[in-house]
Ligand binder design. Structure first.
Ligand SMILES: O=C(CO)COP(=O)(O)O
Length: 250
């Protein structure tokens, strides 16, 4: 049985004051998570969040990284810099990066590789658009995105896969547990073809309008090992309710 993981993706939200308030609200809930908890925050806030997160048993992650180790890449942040300020996880290939900034499968793969080289755990996001789903291309798109990263990095070096259907992100329209499970199962099968070692242990998370009211049903599916949470992670109390939904035996 794989342990569950619940990961917050704050996206481009927060301020030093709001982050402090989030940490205090999280602490005040007194939650004793039964799963791994990760908060991915804007990189400018990571160093300041690190001590409080450590104390609360929350692991820290970034939301994106540059694929190069160092050099003339104005405005970019490297994997070793993220590690230096306390991050141990990092999202790559989020659909907002793929669609707004035109990140290709190959670039996402290079980012995952750079993270692994620096000792960080990549959270590799995959997902189809509504148009792709309606054309029956879901599996083809998701497996193409998956294969690109598998071509450069074995599953044992990944932190997690996150299946995030683009049509479910920030829309309030969640994939049904069965729909998500079908895609998760095909991701699991493909991972198994590439490498038996590590494929079974790699967590596959679901993301896209996960909230306290739907998390439990999603997390009950055999191949849904937790969630990547956007909107519902901005309030600590809602995020904690999602973390509680990952409790074993529920
Ligand atoms: O993009 C997401 C997490 O990475 C999901 O966002 P929402 O939970 O707001 O739909």
């Amino acid at each position: 049985m794989r342990d569950k993981i619940v990961i917050a993706n704050w996206k481009m939200n927060g301020s030093r004051e709001a982050n402090r308030a989030w940490i205090e609200s999280y602490r005040a809930t007194g939650v004793r998570p039964d799963c791994r908890v990760v908060v991915c925050a804007p990189s400018v806030y990571l160093a300041e969040l690190a001590p409080a997160c450590r104390e609360l048993g929350i692991e820290l992650g970034a939301e994106d990284v540059n694929e190069n180790a160092s050099g003339a890449f104005t405005g970019e942040v490297s994997a070793s810099m993220l590690a230096d300020v306390g991050a141990s996880w990092c999202i790559v290939g989020h659909s907002e990066r793929r669609h707004i900034y035109g990140e290709t499968d190959n670039r996402v793969a290079m980012k995952a590789l750079a993270l692994a080289k620096a000792g960080l755990r990549p959270i590799v996001c995959l997902g189809e658009t509504l148009e792709e789903r309606e054309k029956g291309m879901t599996e083809a798109v998701v497996l193409r995105q998956l294969n690109a990263v598998l071509a450069v990095l074995p599953p044992a070096k990944w932190g997690a896969v996150a299946y995030e259907p683009v049509w479910a992100i920030g829309t309030g329209r969640t994939a049904t547990p069965e729909t998500a499970q079908t895609v998760h199962a095909s991701i699991r099968r493909r991972l198994g073809c590439y490498a038996s070692e590590g494929a079974d242990r790699l967590p596959i998370l679901y993301g896209g309008s996960v909230k306290p009211s739907n998390a439990r049903e999603l997390f009950r599916q055999p191949d849904i090992d937790g969630g990547l949470i956007g909107g519902a992670a901005l309030k600590a109390e809602d995020f904690v309710a999602v973390v509680e939904a990952a409790r074993k035996g529920d």
